[in-house]
Design a protein around this ligand. Structure first.
Ligand code: PXP
Length: 254
């Protein structure tokens, strides 16, 4: 049988920093968590440097670049300050996300259409050293605008779907999953690499991994929560196993 296209796991370590920052100081260290995640088989690390530095701080990103032997995906808003940080550190990937100070987590996707020329310029400048990804809703207009902006990657926002699943909103979940399927297909047909993330747990990660176009999942909050009960090593291995089960059902070929 032909080999299936691989799917990577990027581990978001933001909430290790959330716990550290609750008390200040150095413990628990998100860089140590990143090291443990890679040792358990994760393919990369994701960290979101927010404008208000509520979890990850600049030194964390610098240390993740220096001390972790795996690709770093830096999530950030397309502000002049963050673009400056990315130019200085040149991470493997930059994922541009919308950011509001008042939100608890990233709400909704980036509006690439409204971002216009300024966003296109940011994509161009960052692409000189990093793979640029745009975090968007599975919306036809946003996917087409991302391709026009010449991003290498889009990350489909799975938050609405995961929330519908969590709330047992079956109709909403079916509708949103259909949007993700169609969005992934459209993006791949436009030459974009397709990632997905936000709100994923073992079950939703297994299901989204069945989409053959999806090359990477970025997952944080659920895994860090689970790690309290079973440890990070076990969580990462269980998540990789869930993704492999999903991929095995995808019918994808290399
Ligand atoms: N991908 C992006 C672009 C995000 O902003 C986040 C949240 O920081 C995630 C993935 C991970 O989401 P979660 O922590 O819900 O798994």
């Amino acid at each position: 049988m032909a080999e299936r296209t691989p799917i990577r796991l990027g581990v978001n370590v933001d909430h290790v920093a959330t716990i550290r920052n609750a008390r200040g100081g150095y413990h628990p260290d998100p860089v140590r968590a990143a090291r443990a995640a890679i040792a358990a088989g994760a393919h990369g690390i994701t960290a979101h440097l927010r404008e208000d530095r509520r979890h990850i701080v600049d030194l964390d990103v610098e240390r993740l670049m220096k001390e972790i032997d795996a690709p770093l995906n830096l999530e950030m808003a397309a502000t002049d300050e963050m673009i400056g940080v990315a130019h200085r550190l040149m991470p493997h990937a930059v994922c541009l996300v919308p950011e509001k100070r008042t939100e608890r987590t990233t709400e909704g996707g980036l509006d690439v259409i409204a971002g216009g020329e300024k966003l296109r310029d940011a994509v161009k400048a960052l692409s000189a050293h990093s793979r640029v990804s745009l975090f968007i809703a599975p919306d036809t207009g946003q996917i087409e605008a991302s391709a026009k902006a010449r991003a290498a990657v889009i990350e489909l926002h799975t938050g609405t779907w995961c929330e519908a699943v969590m709330n047992s909103d079956e109709r909403g979940a079916v509708e949103e999953f259909k949007r993700l399927v169609e969005g992934a297909q459209l993006a791949a047909s436009l030459g974009l690499e397709v990632h997905a993330g936000h709100g994923l747990d073992f079950d939703t990660a297994e299901l989204i991994a069945t989409l053959p176009e999806i090359a990477e999942l970025n997952i944080g909050h659920y895994m860090m929560g689970e790690a309290i009960f079973v440890g990070l090593d076990a969580v990462i291995k269980n998540m990789l196993a869930a993704m492999a089960r999903g991929r095995a059902r995808s019918g994808a070929t290399a």
